[in-house]
Design a protein around this ligand. Sequence first.
Ligand SMILES: Nc1ncnc2c1ncn2[C@@H]1O[C@H](COP(=O)(O)OP(=O)(O)OP(=O)(O)O)[C@@H](O)[C@H]1O
Ligand SMILES: [Mg+2]
Length: 270
Amino acid sequence: MTARIIALSNQKGGVGKTTTAINLATALAACNNRVLVVDFDPQGNTTTGFGIDKRSLNHSTYSLLMGDSTLAESTVPTQVPNLWLVPSTIHLSGAEVELVPIMARENRLKEALAEATQTYDYIFIDCPPSLGLLTINALVASTDILIPLQCEFFAMEGISQLFKTFELVKKNLNPKLEVLGVLLTMFDKRNNLSQQVVSDVRQHLGNKVFDTIIPRNVRLSEAPSHGAPGLIYDVKSPGSQAYIRLAAELMQRFAAPALTSATQGMPEAA
Ligand SMILES: Nc1ncnc2c1ncn2[C@@H]1O[C@H](COP(=O)(O)OP(=O)(O)OP(=O)(O)O)[C@@H](O)[C@H]1O
Ligand SMILES: [Mg+2]
């Protein structure tokens, strides 16, 4: 199988891109998929979220992008079987400027990932909260874009700009790029506004919105400080269970083999 390469993108900050990258990747890896996560944000939250000490790294997405390391050299294993990571450090923040004079600078990540498309089933690229050159590189390298939207008042703000960027990249740089889906995150059932946002977003974006909604769940936000994905930290939590359902829905969208063992080796769900 050729890898599905999925960019998690929304220029709005704090909407759940990183939490989704970590936990969706973990759920898919638990279903015997080979998964690579590319931390493409200089904040390096995905790297920290997997419990990886940035000071111990010889290579990262920065060296990969600048051609100073190969993908194999830049990839590290994680605590999750079947799941590998290309970590990020703050050095990546210099890349947008340093790439400016370089020819075909939008293609750097695509070229760097080319050798991995037969190795993995899924590659996730966790984008920074901007629509700059890093995000363009991610969209050029991807087959699909997954857009997390937080269930709050300004959820849809900026979404038209994001779709415009998607259209531009599709037209000029990557005709195969598709919108895989919009994911509603941090849903709070006690909050009427959350319900309102869900119905507004479904009305505007229709079947592009995943059926699965990720609830606001403190276990998901605690997990990174323990250096573990939510699914490892507390698989029974409603947040982890939602990401397992999302993995099943995603595999269905791709008509891939059905979810069989998302909780294999993990405690029984409550
Ligand atoms: N479903 C959830 N329930 C509770 N907290 C959550 C949930 N999803 C994310 N969070 C928390 O919200 C914050 C923002 O989430 P996250 O880092 O995943 O967003 P992001 O879009 O990657 O942010 P950035 O744009 O800064 O990269 C984090 O502290 C995270 O732990
Ligand atoms: Mg993030």
